[in-house]
Write a protein that binds this ligand. Structure first.
Ligand code: PHE
Length: 456
């Protein structure tokens, strides 16, 4: 029976009687498996056409073997049918029935349908009615079968299982006949004019739709944001990093980097052709920088060379964000009252390098600095440990290094737990008095700083 008929019968029954106390009895009255009724119940329930209450019972369920007999007949009846009037040899029947022969033989003998004469099997009935198959079908349909259930249990054809069936009544949307709503206007509807009479399913404006595969954040930007958040959590504020073009003065001279330093060679640095030089440099400060390079001061001997303004005026693409730090510290030194500061930046720098797997001519630098009275190398180490542990690197080592603008300087190594080795992760130091004092920062103010790369 097609499910449309089951649905029709169920709704008609409810319409006439108001309820169906037991879906299992209802299924057997229709002569359909309970499963078919259950499918219809679930569908109608979803539309509130009916309401159902679960009835949980232990019920007899056919084993796989029994399901086969219910569908194709019992082996004992097949055996009787296979024996001609004159009898058949036991060997031939064994051959034909295989494993099932013993089962069939025992049951047929018990029913007194067969007898044995030496090696010959004879049947004692014309034909056998398959009562077992009928019984199994009734159990399968969920009918309440009285005895001889014992026989079924003995032959292990049934097991007891928890099953659910339902009691039913009309729901708030009850109808005797369910309308089928059209979902699409088809070419056929248009051609035949059917569309005029069709009732269409409402649009579901609340449906979410398929997620669309659009953009995702770039991994580098994700790391950048994570680092930015760490700086903000630690109370740092961001430095303005919008000037990719910088003068040699701020990129090198202000940082006490001598004019003959190899990094200032065009092999390492991109110099600009137009405009090739800058005209805006703070003259007073420039003079102090000139002095400290040439002859020192502030307890320093200087480099003792002939400092040239032309060299300082050359424009370049900044090679490090420490140029920005220099500008910020100079600005800070011009304020009337010194206040301690924590600054950070994350932005692009440019180096004239051979491009390979891990090197491009531009990359992002991350830089942090703290300026305050009386800072020490211990403060620097403490801040670095805090900063890097927030990035998931808590095993650090420091190695003495050299930068023209810091003393002492330290390379930072982190232990990589997966690679099981120490990896260089940054550079750091305390800015030199030769850099800070010409700017005009008060004596006794120290600046601890560090830099690392976002992608390298
Ligand atoms: N400017 C250094 C570099 O480019 C990093 C650094 C910043 C070192 C601040 C010390 C202090 O590697």
């Amino acid at each position: 029976q097609p499910s449309a008929d089951v649905e029709g019968a169920l709704l008609a029954h409810l319409n006439a009687n108001g309820e169906i106390p037991d879906s299992r009895s209802f299924a057997s009255s229709l002569g359909v498996p309970h499963k078919d009724v259950e499918d219809v119940i679930k569908r109608l329930r979803a539309f509130h056409i009916i309401e159902s209450t679960d009835i949980t019972r232990e019920a007899w369920v056919l084993t796989d073997e029994a399901k086969g007999y219910a569908a194709g007949g019992s082996p004992e009846v097949h055996l009787v049918a296979a024996i001609p009037p004159e009898g058949a040899s036991r060997a031939a029947l064994e051959e034909e029935f295989g494993d099932v022969f013993d089962i069939a033989r025992k049951a047929a003998a018990k029913n007194k349908w067969i007898r044995f004469e030496n090696d010959l099997v004879l049947r004692t009935v014309e034909d056998a009615r398959d009562e077992l198959q009928e019984l199994l079908k009734r159990v399968e349909n969920g009918e309440v079968v009285p005895d001889p259930r014992k026989e079924l249990e003995r032959r292990k054809l049934v097991t007891k299982e928890k099953t659910i069936w339902y009691s039913l009544k009309k729901g708030p949307e009850f109808v005797v006949k369910r309308k089928t709503l059209a979902t699409n206007v088809t070419r056929e509807h248009l051609k035949s004019g059917d569309w005029k009479d069709l009732e269409f399913k409402d649009y579901n404006y609340g449906a979410q739709g398929q997620p669309i595969a659009i953009g995702y954040s770039q991994p580098l930007l994700e790391v950048r944001e994570a680092i930015q958040n760490i700086f903000l959590e630690m109370g740092f504020s961001e430095m303005p990093t919008n000037m990719y073009v910088e003068s040699s003065f701020w990129n090198f001279d202000a940082l006490f980097q001598p004019q003959q330093h190899p990094a200032r060679d065009s092999h390492d640095t991109f110099f600009l052709k137009a405009p090739a030089t800058t005209t805006q440099l703070p003259d007073d400060y420039l003079e102090k920088v000139n002095q400290v390079h040439q002859s020192g001061g502030y307890g320093s001997k200087g480099y003792g060379y002939d400092w040239k303004r032309d060299e300082a005026e050359k424009n370049l693409l900044r090679t490090h964000t420490t140029a920005v730090s220099a500008r910020m510290l100079y600005k800070l030194a011009q304020e009337e009252h010194f206040a301690p500061k924590r600054y950070y930046s994350i932005d692009r720098v440019f180096r004239n390098e051979a491009v390979d797997r891990t090197h491009l001519a531009e990359f992002h630098q991350i830089e942090g600095l703290i300026c305050d009275y009386g800072l020490t190398l211990g403060d620097l180490i403490g801040v670095l440990e805090d900063f890097f542990s927030r990035l998931g690197m808590s095993k650090l080592r420091f190695k003495p290094a050299y930068n023209p603008y810091t003393e002492p300087s330290m390379e930072i190594f982190g232990y990589h737990e997966d690679l099981k080795k120490w990896v260089e992760i940054g550079n750091s130091g305390m800015f030199r008095p030769e850099m800070l004092l010409p700017m005009g920062l008060p004596e006794g103010v120290n600046v601890i700083a560090w830099g690392l790369s976002l992608e390298r």
